[in-house]
Ligand binder design. Sequence first.
Ligand code: NAP
Ligand code: ZN
Length: 345
Amino acid sequence: MRVNAYAAPAAGQPLAPTTVERRAVGPHDVLIEIGYVGICHSDIHTVAGDWGPQPYPLTPGHEIVGTVAEVGTEVGTYHVGDQVGVGCMVNSCGECVNCLRGEQQFCLNGTVFTYGSTDRDGTTTQGGYSTHVVVDASFVLSVPESLDPAHAAPLLCAGVTTYNPLKHWGAGPGKQVAVVGLGGLGHMAVKLAHAMGAEVTVLSQSLRKKDDGLRLGADHYYATSDADTFTRLAGRFDIIINTVSAGIDVNAYLGLLNLGGAIVNLGAAPGPMPVNGMLLAGHKSVTGSMIGGIPVTQEMLNFCGEHGVGAEVEIISADQINDAYQRVLASDVRYRFVIDAATFA
Ligand code: NAP
Ligand code: ZN
């Protein structure tokens, strides 16, 4: 079936209305009527060509929440009318050691990402800036009915991307967590680390979003443009979550780590990130994380359902996507743009 969508016709070009083909619902597939889809900075990097050539025209979107409209004959896990989500991936081999560990984002035979990937049937995947999507049921997530769909959509990428390393590095009571950058990922990291019981500090370029940061659950808020911040907070943190979409001076942040602490890089700016090895003394680590497998994504959604955690969103219509991209690039997002998929129709 052909469905309405928005696509980037070429690298760096504005997105425009189009249609995309969705395959017929196979025995293991779920047809989802999309309700809301978030705008992740990764959509912007991809469309801009920051991460290399893409199969244009390309429909981005990997923060999808909607309603099940049809299920394949072999699907027992979902029923018509269920609230469901799709994140950054839609397929993997299911057989390699990483897939068997539930880390499908590291499939050794090639993860099929939600857009711009070659699917296992040879077609190019097209993302959620669209009215409908067909996805293998094993990559569909159950979204607690208690969560509002617009506020839940960003959990499918920004939520799991921050939940996964917070959990891995033991965020919880007695832990000091810093979040660098208060955008889409950053504000979810603040909410989730706070819900896990950690003491949370935001490190933002300026203090202009301080009231929001404290309201979202941060205990402290400092500007990285103030050199004093780096002396005042020396040795403070167990975990630093870097969500900045541009390069950062990792060496400056290593000084803020406690002994044994870790800086987790989530930002995906192209290019190298030089580290001064001497600054790693004290068993400090510079590490990274990429989204999360299907099991941890479902765990995160259940956690958000139990704790009433959703994203702060600005709901926009499809014709506002290009303006929203400019605002994200200007760090003027509060704190995730979410597109009302009814406006693709
Ligand atoms: P976003 O909403 O644009 O947030 C990024 C924040 O970084 C901005 O709000 C801003 O916060 C800060 N920032 C931006 N430019 C900066 C600069 N030049 N210097 C210092 N700080 C700057 O983006 P997002 O959607 O959260 O994504 C953030 C990054 O994570 C992107 O690179 C994205 O591709 C990547 N990402 C990675 C994964 C993963 O699995 N690892 C998943 C999703 C996204 P302040 O105004 O508070 O300073
Ligand atoms: Zn994303």
